[in-house]
Write a protein that binds this ligand. Sequence first.
Ligand code: F6P
Length: 366
Amino acid sequence: MVSIQSSVTKTFGILTAGGDCPGLNAAIRGVCQTAHERYGMHIIGIADGYRGLIDENVRPLKPPDYAGILTRGGTILGASREKPFKAENGDSDKAVGKKVAAIKETYHKLKLDCLVILGGNGTNTTGSWLAQEGLNVIGLPKTIDNDVMGTDLTFGFDSALTICTEAIDRLHTTAESHHRIIVIELMGHKVGWLALYAGVAGGSDVILIPEIPYDIKAIGRHLEHRAKSGKTYSIVAVAEGALSLEEAKMDKHERKKYRAENGPSIAHRLTREISKETGMDTRPTVLGYMQRGGGPSAFDRVLATSFGVAAAELLAKGKYGRMVALNGNEIGSVDLSVPESKVKTVPLNHCMIDTAIAMGIFLGSK
Ligand code: F6P
């Protein structure tokens, strides 16, 4: 029987918000098991992200609740994209104020010493703003996009990378059999980490990411050069947020109009563009929510569990206003304001960009 150590935090609430991802339950288990077994803390589970705080949709979490969830996908708490500080669906400023007030009321009514939030850049931004409103908050960075500033990696990314790589492997055989160009659209929101890494892992011939607006004529020349050199098929991995040179020059409204006229899926738009440019038989695949489903990879189980334990240690020390982070091989933490209102894009001098180029992968623009 391990003796209970002293802790500044006696009771905390925990929520998961934003897009779900593999590893969330591993992280919940890491926080809760360490906090309860090592420090005797009491835990309140909050349903469906910040919405659960607004509606006081909460329940105590006991060991049987978080036992056996290490390998389970999704989140036992549920998630939502509720943004308490943002006026949505015609909300008035008064309505926004009411949402924030409701969160603070629930926090104090439950006598929470801290709120532990598992989420991406939006969730941690809301957490940082709640901290500025006087709540104690600790963040854990999760998302398949890996776009949270302040941490080298988020859990969820490696699991999605595995799913995307397997999909690209499968597309190679059917593209080869039919001498086709296959365009696979991968998630990543507004950044290209997932498409870049999955494209390299899957041996794609072209990788298109938002950070490098693409030139359809240059893509056509690259694909035609491959065909002339005997490569009768090609795989194009495209991030859902990738942009053509033309789109990159549009403002938000022009881009919205363009997409309303040409369809929301870049895989389908790009397929039409490539077919028109090269005359080659081209087919689209949108991998979609497969990238967020199922259980976590071994790497993500370790990363998520380690993030959870680190969060519990911050709770015990009363080190609030922090986000757990991976810095190289070290698990540490950064100020919760670091990810606030930012997105971590792929730097054009990143080693993986050079790796792709070295392997002859075309990145959409010479
Ligand atoms: O942030 C994770 C993510 O899967 C993004 O890659 C994607 O653009 C977005 O969520 C989809 O959001 P939703 O689940 O609300 O459709």
